[in-house]
Each structure stands twice: as structure tokens, then as C-alpha cells.
Design a protein around this ligand. Structure first.
Ligand code: GLC
Length: 548
């Protein structure tokens, strides 16, 4: 496997419970996923990120773990999981899993023991306070569904800290036994063959919580410690972290100030996500240009992971009130489309009015901007959402495979499914499904396959530098380039409905034999680069130069 494989990866994120059900009990499972690996392989992805796979009471879609050393019996056994790793590896696909160690479920044996007695060996594994912390009504992650961050436990007769829901008590990271246990969990899964972890809620893992202090100090040392451990256990293992923090705080997650990248390899780019959505809403490239300009410089080996949709709401909290208003007006105008007062709980296709041109444009942008692209299951066929479901479940409906009952997801009775399959209307499985799109070379799925294949020929995107090409252009037209040892790629995207022409002849010196490698339509040869045409909502990926 190549060096730094993660910078050449295309990551596909899925929840086992909603992907494919092999035994007809209504819940997706590992064997179902194994049966769909050929589909994923053909799509061209080479890394799977699995949302939590562990036993869990399931009150936060598995992000409330009750046993870190097993797989949820609804999904199968550890044996099935090992088989999945083997079958994925056969197809060149690496598997990373969610590592949710900021907290456990309140049903985890550690917490049950911890609360039961002051003498429990696990008492100090959690974060307690004898008195009611005055800041307990601050720092909630799920406003509206969560009222406080400290709750009183009647058995322990103490307050315990929970950054997330009440049933997710935070682990005490300052306890060396907890640190050791987290390393052991990583080592266990690495030993089984996972290629790394998507680390959940990293800023909260490393906060050294002090009751009454809403901005507790952070322990970045733990990230260096964990990185060392993980890397020694498996040299090419990768940590991909969720750290939705202020831009000037981001680099500390990658490594020491001014030093090498000795902590997290890859961070999700939440800022770019919000700015991309804003740019699409306003049909104005400025937010993207700002994001590219303001991106902190990463230490060697550091990498961004880009995304448009994930399993949570689109978080717009880093935008200004006015920017947020514009996005909401365009993409989530009705109350029930919004969540937590900061985001949108819809899939991309419905947000973009199911306009095929705009969906392609959005994904062409994401996949051509610097970083490693992450794609959420179902987006490749343009699935919709079910706003009648609670909260984030709206975008967690079963994968739509075919016209068979339940969209081919499961043979169970519809009322026994983990969540209903979207049926009827423009997003129903009868219309939107993988099988129909497989047979149609003009489908969104076929387009994704083509686009991902093209990405393979453009390693500059993942490996190189990405810069805005600053030439006079209409507000809605973005030109950017990616440069690496392998060569140069040029990209032109038009966020508006009106076709445009840009003069990019300043780049002529960088062009050897410019040619379109991916575009929304056939364009005239880009020779000279002085009249680069791009249609309404169009895009062009132009190979400028390739180094032998
Ligand atoms: C992360 C996950 C989210 C989960 C939360 C608590 O933000 O992305 O789905 O609910 O952590 O674990």
C-alpha cells in the first residue's frame, strides 16, 4: 500500500444498521455489507468508515457504547467482522471504525459499577462533582434535546458530567487507567485489522473538566500519546478526527506548535463544509475563496477530510447570523428542516431541489478541493430524507438498492425495519435506487463512478497544494488549481445558472497540453486558456501538465 494512503483515499461512510440486511430481521448487518462490497468497489471508494459497530442501548444511534470489545449482536459477530475486513482488503478497501471514547453509555458496566459505590474500581473513570456545578446549564451539544451538562445521580449521590446526552457520562481522561484502556481498545481493533479510527468528539475527549469552569484546560498531550501508540501497533493506521473548533485552534490537533504532525493525521473540515454550503446558497464563490485563504497551514502529513453531508445535521454555527440566514432560506426554510438552532437535517439532493446539475456541481467542488473526500452512503444515488422521523434520523433511512419491497434493503415486514425506507414521490425507492442507476450510464451513480475514477488520475487533489486562481471572473465562477510533484490540475466551477467565459491565459505558462478530463458537457478544446467557457451550474477539470 502506498505511503500516506489516506491522502489518496475516497472514504465512504455508512451505518451498518441501515445499509443491507442479510437475514431479514429488519436491521442491516455485516453479512449484508459484505454482499455489497462489490458495489462499493465498483463505485471506486477505497476506505470505509463505519459508524459505531459496538453493542449499545441505541439511544444515540450507537454513539452510546456499552462494550468496546465487541460488535452489536444485531450486526453479527466478531467473526463476521473479521470476515468483512478480509473481504474488504481483497478489494483494496480499508476499514476504519468510529472510536467513541469521550463517553460511554450509562449502561456500560464501568458506569454501573462506578455509580454503585465510592469503592468501585471504576468510580474515578468518570467525572463527578459533590455539589451542583454552577455552569451545568452551559455547553450543551444538543440544545432542545438536552437541558444540562451535569446531572445528579441518585445512586452515587453525586453529579456526573456529560457533554452530550444525559445517558452518555464522560470518561475521565485524566485518569491513567482510562488512558490505558482507550489505547487497549485501539490496539484490539488494529490487531483485528482495522486501518484506523474516526475519533468522535475529540475536543471533549481532551478537556480536563473542572466543575464550574466552562472553559476547562485541554490536554493535547493525550493525542500525541495515542498517536504514538496507534502508529507503533500499525504503522499505516490513521486517525481521522471530529474537532469542530475555531480555525485558529485547529493546528494543535495535528501537532505541536511549529513541530511535526505528531497527533491526528486528518481532521474533518467543518469550516469548508459550512462555507461550501453558503457559496452554493448565495451562488457566490467568495466564501470558498475565504475558506481556502484562511485555511491554517498543516504540518507535514496533516490532511483535511472534506464532506458535504455526514450522519449529523449540517452545522452552520461557524457562519455569521446573516450567512446562516441565507443558507437556511435557500436550503432549509421550514422549521422541521432545521435542528438545534444551528443546522439543517436534510440530505443534499432535496436541499438542491433535486436538480441534477447542482448536485454534480456540489460534489465536483467537494471532490476537487484540497483534502480527502468523504461521501455518505446514498448520496451517490441522490437519496432524499424523511422529515417525519425525529432529529437526525431524517437522513439515516435505509439504503435504496432496488425496486424490490423495502427498496431491496431487507426482506422483513415494513413495520419491522429499523427505520422506514423512503417510498413514493421523487425520492422514493421506486424511483431512486442503485439498480435503476446501474443500468443507466447517464445516472448520478454512473457519474460518481466516473468522477471517482478521474480522481484516481488526479493525485494532486489529495497530495498537493490547492489555490484559488485570482483572475477577473463573474461572482459565481471559481477557478482553482492543484499542484504536486505529479503535475497540475485546473478546475472551473460555475455556481450560477448562467453560462460564463473566463480568461485564464495567465496560466498558459503552466500548461503543456491542457485537456478536459471531467466536465458537465463537451467543451471546445481549452487551448490558449483565454476563453474558458463553463455552462450554467457547469464544471471542468482540466489536466494542465503531467510530470513523467
Ligand atoms: C459526534 C457524532 C454524533 C454523536 C455525538 C455523541 O458529534 O458525530 O453523531 O451524537 O458525537 O457521541
Amino acid at each position: 500500500m502506498s505511503d500516506r494512503w489516506y491522502s489518496k483515499a475516497v472514504v465512504y461512510c455508512l451505518d451498518i444498521d441501515s445499509f443491507a440486511d442479510s437475514d431479514g430481521d429488519g436491521c442491516g448487518d455485516i453479512r449484508g455489507l459484505i454482499g455489497r462490497l462489490d458495489y462499493l468497489s465498483r463505485l471506486g471508494i477505497n476506505c470505509l468508515w463505519l459508524n459505531p459497530i459496538h453493542p449499545s442501548p441505541g439511544r444515540d444511534d450507537g454513539y452510546d457504547v456499552s462494550d468496546f470489545y465487541n460488535v452489536d449482536p444485531r450486526f453479527g459477530t466478531l467473526g463476521d467482522f473479521a470476515e468483512l475486513l478480509h473481504q474488504a482488503a481483497n478489494r483494496g478497501i480499508k476499514v476504519i471504525i468510529d472510536l467513541v471514547v469521550n463517553h460511554t453509555s450509562d449502561q456500560h458496566p464501568w458506569f454501573l459499577s462506578a455509580r454503585s459505590s465510592p469503592d468501585s474500581p471504576y468510580r474515578d473513570w468518570y467525572v463527578w462533582s459533590e455539589t451542583a456545578p454552577p455552569d451545568r446549564d452551559q455547553g450543551m451539544v444538543f440544545p432542545g434535546e438536552q437541558n444540562e451538562t451535569w446531572s445528579y445521580d441518585r445512586t452515587a449521590k453525586l453529579w456526573y458530567y456529560h457533554r452530550f446526552y444525559k445517558f452518555q457520562p464522560d470518561l475521565n481522561i485524566e485518569n491513567p487507567e482510562v488512558r490505558a484502556e482507550i489505547k487497549k481498545i485501539c490496539a484490539f481493533w488494529l490487531q483485528l485489522g482495522v486501518a484506523g479510527f474516526r475519533m468522535d468528539a475529540v475536543p471533549f475527549i481532551i478537556e480536563k473538566t473542572e466543575p464550574g469552569n466552562p472553559s476547562s484546560p485541554m490536554d493535547f498531550g493525550f493525542l500525541s500519546e495515542l498517536r504514538q501508540h496507534v502508529q507503533w501497533r500499525r504503522g499505516d493506521a490513521v486517525l481521522l478526527a471530529e474537532a469542530n473548533v475555531e480555525p485558529d485552534k485547529l493546528t494543535a490537533y495535528f501537532g505541536d506548535e511549529g513541530g511535526s504532525g505528531n497527533r491526528i493525521h486528518m481532521l474533518f473540515d467543518f469550516m469548508l463544509n459550512a462555507k461550501l454550503v453558503l457559496a452554493l446558497a448565495r451562488q457566490d464563490t467568495e466564501p470558498i475563496i475565504d475558506a481556502l485563504r484562511d485555511t491554517p497551514k498543516l504540518p507535514a502529513g496533516g490532511q483535511w477530510a472534506t464532506f458535504l453531508r455526514n450522519h449529523d445535521e449540517i452545522d452552520l454555527s461557524r457562519l455569521t447570523a446573516e450567512q446562516r440566514k441565507d443558507v437556511i432560506e435557500q436550503f432549509g426554510p421550514e422549521d422541521h428542516m432545521q435542528l438545534y438552532g444551528r443546522g439543517i437535517r436534510r440530505r443534499l439532493a432535496p436541499m438542491l431541489g433535486n436538480d441534477r446539475r447542482r448536485i454534480e456541481l456540489a460534489y465536483s467542488l467537494q471532490f476537487s478541493l484540497r483534502g480527502t473526500p468523504v461521501l455518505r452512503y446514498g448520496e451517490e444515488i441522490g437519496m432524499g430524507d424523511d422529515l417525519s422521523l425525529d432529529g437526525r434520523n431524517a437522513i439515516r433511512t435505509p439504503m435504496q438498492w432496488s425496486m424490490l419491497p423495502n427498496g431491496g434493503f431487507s426482506a422483513a415486514a415494513p413495520e419491522d425495519l429499523i427505520r422506514p425506507v423512503i417510498s413514493g414521490g421523487e425520492f422514493g425507492y421506486e424511483t431512486v435506487n442503485a439498480t435503476l442507476q446501474r443500468h443507466d450510464s447517464g445516472s448520478l451513480l454512473s457519474w460518481f463512478e466516473r468522477m471517482i475514477r478521474t480522481l484516481r488520475e488526479a493525485p494532486e487533489i489529495g497530495d498537493g497544494t490547492c489555490t484559488h486562481v485570482d483572475v477577473p471572473a463573474p461572482r459565481g465562477v471559481l477557478a482553482h488549481r492543484a499542484d504536486a510533484d505529479t503535475g497540475t490540475m485546473l478546475f472551473v466551477h460555475n455556481l450560477t445558472d448562467e453560462s460564463a467565459v473566463v480568461d485564464l491565459s495567465v496560466l498558459a505558462g503552466d500548461a503543456e497540453f491542457p485537456n478536459d478530463v471531467l466536465a458537465d458537457q463537451e467543451y471546445p478544446e481549452p487551448d490558449g486558456l483565454d476563453k474558458i467557457k463553463v455552462g450554467g451550474y457547469g464544471y471542468r477539470w482540466i489536466r494542465m501538465r503531467r510530470t513523467a
